[in-house]
Design a protein around this ligand. Structure first.
Ligand SMILES: [Zn+2]
Length: 216
């Protein structure tokens, strides 16, 4: 399939809405992502997100915009605000798309979840690079066993807001959970996947007057 959108030039982010009717309609959703986050502007959230992740089989897929890790089944899911969302895709952006207190860092993982009504919830985890951490997995195959909870920070607070997908079609609403505790990741991971796909971060979008919550 030909790549019809990109991160630079004539098919770059500012032109995405012009590239197809579907992209245009998705861009009309007013609360787009990513956004810049800061603690001062948040309201407190009391609701916990509950993770039920398990070690399971994933397939690696290169879908032009980034590398995707797709779970083979619905074995991993989360419960949030009385809804259950199943993990459907893991991928990453370099550098990070979300900015917390004006800091952009090298890598942002997106754990994409869907509920049975098609509602989307994405968990974002920010990573810095280190030489010292072991690779997340050693397997060189396109199919591997992996526990997605290894990507989650321990005891982290998180921002919660309503936004959109950050790749076309940039449809919404998407429930966003952005953890503020950064995790280390082996620079080996980056070397392995370093290709001309990157950088692949959508520029920051207007926050408008949306409510942003923070859970301690
Ligand atoms: Zn993403």
């Amino acid at each position: 399939m030909a790549r019809i959108w990109s991160y630079t030039g004539e098919t770059g982010p500012e032109f995405w809405p012009n590239l197809s009717q579907e992209f245009y309609e998705a861009a009309q959703f007013p609360l787009q992502s990513p956004i810049s986050l800061s603690y001062e502007e948040t309201q407190l959230l009391y609701e916990e997100i509950i993770f039920h992740y398990e070690r399971q089989r994933f397939h690696i897929k290169n879908q032009n915009d980034t590398i995707h890790f797709e779970p083979a089944n619905k074995g991993s899911f989360i419960d949030f605000l009385n809804k259950r969302y199943y993990l459907t895709d893991i991928h990453f952006h370099m550098p990070s798309e979300h900015i917390i207190t004006n800091e952009q860092i090298p890598l942002e993982f997106h754990l994409v979840h869907k509920n049975n009504d098609g509602g989307l919830l994405v968990c974002a985890v920010l990573f810095y690079l280190t030489e010292e951490t072991a690779p997340l997995w050693e397997d060189e195959n396109s199919e591997f066993l992996f526990d997605p909870s290894l990507l989650l920070p321990l005891n982290s607070g998180y921002f919660y807001y309503e936004g959109s997908l950050t790749t076309p079609p940039t449809e919404g609403p998407v429930q966003w959970i952005v953890f503020d505790q950064k995790k280390p990741i082996s620079s080996f991971f980056i070397e392995r996947f370093k290709t001309n796909l990157f950088p692949n971060n959508r520029p920051l979008q207007d926050k408008r007057d949306r409510t942003i919550y923070y859970k301690k």
